[in-house]
Unconditional design. Structure first.
Length: 431
C-alpha cells in the first residue's frame, strides 16, 4: 500500500515510520524545506525513544522518503493528515494548517483516482464535515473520502503505542473507506487489535472524550491525594485499592504536580469550547481544568512553604519536562515552579536528562549538564519529573549532597521510609 503522511511533527513521524515498518511505501511531506533536509539525513528534530532508529531503518530500506512537494504523494491511496492544531484565542483548536494541507492535497485530484484523507491530527468535533465542505467548494469531493482516525499515542512511548494500541478508531462516511482503512491497519488487526469503525463525528468525540476522561481521573486522584495528606491516609494504597476494582483499573491514578503536555490541557479546553458552542453543560471537564490549574499553583506554594520552613536557600530542581522520556515543556509544572521559586528569592539550579546544558528561554535559565552538578551545593531538591535516572538515585548520596537534607518529591518516586532512614526530610504527595 502507498501512504502519504502530511506533517513531519511528532504524530506524523511516528505514523510514517510505523507504516513503513509494516512494509508499506510511505512518503512524509512537510512544508518546511529545512525540516525535510534534516530528516533526509536521518536526523530527528524531536526526542522520542526509538524513533530515530526506526526512521533510519525505513530510509535505508527505501520504504520511507521525505519531501516538501505534495505531488510526490501521487501514488498514495491513503493520505494521513498529521499537521498541528494549536489552541486558538478562546481554547478552540486552530484549523488553519489542516485546511491549507487539504487545499494542497486537493491538487492530486487531477488524476481522478479515489483517495482517503485520514485525519490523525486532533481536530475538533465537526472538522471532518468542514473538510468535506472545503473539498466540495474545490470541486473535488468525489475524489476523496474523509476518515477520522484519532491517534492515542503518548509521548515517550509513541512507537510502542502506535504498534500496540488498545484500539483503532476510524470514523467514515462512505463504505468504500472501510476497505481502505481495513487494509491500512491489517498488520495490527491481524494481531487481534480491535478496529472500531463508526461515523466521523463519533470518532472525533472519542478522541477528546478519552483525553478529557483521563485528565479528569488525574485531577480527581490529585484531590484525593490532598485528602489523604490532610487526614493521614496513604494515596498509594488508596489508588491501589480503588484500581483493584476492574471497573476503575490501575491506570492514571498517580498523583502529581498537575497534568501537562500538549494534549490533556489543550484537548480538555477544546472539548469545553465545543460544548459551549452547542450549549451543552460540560461542567465536569471545566472543573478538571480549574482543578489542574490550581494544582500547579498549590504544589509550588507547598514547595515554597517546605523550603522556607527548613531555611533553604539553594534548590536543585530535578526534571523540567511534563513527563519522563520527552523534552517537551509544554504546560509542564516546571513552567510554574521555576519562576515562582526564583521570584521568592531561591537560588535555583535545574537538570533534566533530556535537555542537559541547555538554555531554556521560557524560564530564562540554563540547565546543568548533569544530575551531580545540579545537586552539588544545593540545600534541597524538588523533583518534578519521574525520570528513571532520578528513581535510581542513591538516597544516602542524595542526603549527603544536600546541606539541608530536604527533598520535595512531587512524583512519589521514593519509598518514604527509606528516604527517612537516609536522613532526609522527605516530603511527597498524599502519604
Ligand atoms: C496523552 C494521552 O495519554 C494519549 O493517549 C494521547 O494520544 C495524547 O495525550 C495525545 O492526545 O496526543 P501524553 O500527553 O503524551 O498522552 O502524556 P500522558 O502520558 O498521558 O501524560 C499526560 C500528563 O498526565 C503528564 O503530565 C503526566 O505526568 C500526567 N499523569 C499521567 C499524572 O499526573 N498521573 C498519571 O497517573 C498519569
Amino acid at each position: 500500500m502507498n501512504v502519504c503522511v502530511v506533517g513531519c511533527g511528532y504524530v506524523g513521524l511516528v505514523a510514517a515510520s510505523c507504516f513503513a515498518s509494516f512494509g508499506m511505501t510511505v512518503v512524509c511531506i512537510d512544508n518546511s524545506k529545512e525540516k525535510i533536509d534534516t530528516l533526509q539525513n536521518g536526523d530527528i528534530p524531536i526526542y522520542e525513544p526509538g524513533l530515530k532508529e526506526l526512521v533510519q531503518k525505513s530510509l535505508s530500506n527505501g520504504n520511507l522518503s521525505f519531501s516538501s512537494d505534495i505531488s510526490d504523494a501521487g501514488s498514495a491511496s491513503a493520505i494521513v493528515l498529521a499537521v498541528g492544531t494549536p489552541p486558538g484565542a478562546n481554547g478552540e483548536a486552530d484549523l488553519s494548517y489542516i485546511l491549507s494541507a487539504v487545499k494542497e492535497i486537493s491538487s492530486l485530484a487531477s488524476d481522478n483516482k479515489e483517495r482517503a484523507i485520514i485525519i490523525k491530527s486532533t481536530v475538533p468535533v465537526g472538522t471532518s464535515q468542514i473538510i468535506r465542505d472545503l473539498l466540495d467548494d474545490l470541486g473535488v469531493e468525489e475524489n476523496f473520502y474523509v476518515v477520522s482516525n484519532p491517534e492515542f499515542l503518548r509521548e515517550g512511548s509513541a512507537i510502542f503505542d502506535f504498534l500496540h494500541p488498545d484500539r483503532i478508531i476510524a470514523g467514515i462516511h462512505s463504505p468504500k473507506a472501510k476497505t481502505l482503512v481495513e487494509t491500512l491497519y491489517q498488520p495490527l488487526t491481524s494481531q487481534n487489535i480491535p478496529l472500531l469503525i463508526t461515523d466521523n463525528t463519533s470518532a472525533e468525540i472519542i478522541k477528546y472524550a478519552s483525553n478529557a476522561f483521563l485528565a479528569t481521573r488525574i485531577a480527581y486522584i490529585n484531590q484525593i491525594s490532598d485528602l489523604c495528606e490532610a487526614c493521614g491516609g496513604n494515596i498509594e494504597v488508596v489508588a491501589k485499592g480503588m484500581g483493584l476494582d476492574h471497573r476503575i483499573g490501575q491506570h492514571y491514578l498517580q498523583p502529581g504536580p498537575g497534568f501537562g503536555g500538549s494534549c490533556f490541557p489543550k484537548d480538555a479546553s477544546a472539548l469545553l469550547a465545543t460544548a459551549r458552542n452547542y450549549q451543552v453543560d460540560l461542567s465536569i471537564v471545566e472543573s478538571t481544568i480549574l482543578a489542574n490549574n490550581k494544582r500547579k499553583l498549590s504544589i509550588v506554594q507547598k514547595a515554597i512553604d517546605i523550603f522556607k520552613n527548613h531555611d533553604v536557600k539553594k534548590v536543585a530542581i530535578l526534571g523540567l519536562a511534563f513527563k519522563p522520556d520527552t523534552d517537551d515543556l509544554r504546560e509542564s509544572p516546571a513552567l510554574y515552579a521555576v519562576p515562582a521559586l526564583v521570584s521568592q528569592g531561591f537560588d535555583v539550579k535545574v537538570y533534566d536528562p533530556a535537555m542537559p546544558s541547555k538554555k531554556i528561554p521560557a524560564l530564562n535559565i540554563t540547565t546543568e549538564d548533569s544530575l551531580v552538578a545540579c545537586i552539588k551545593g544545593a540545600d534541597a531538591a524538588l523533583i518534578l519529573t519521574e525520570w528513571q535516572q532520578f528513581k535510581m538515585l542513591d538516597l544516602q548520596k542524595l542526603a549527603d549532597a544536600l546541606s539541608a537534607k530536604v527533598v520535595f518529591d512531587t512524583r512519589n518516586i521514593f519509598d518514604a521510609m527509606r528516604a527517612a532512614h537516609a536522613g532526609l526530610a522527605y516530603y511527597s504527595l498524599g502519604r
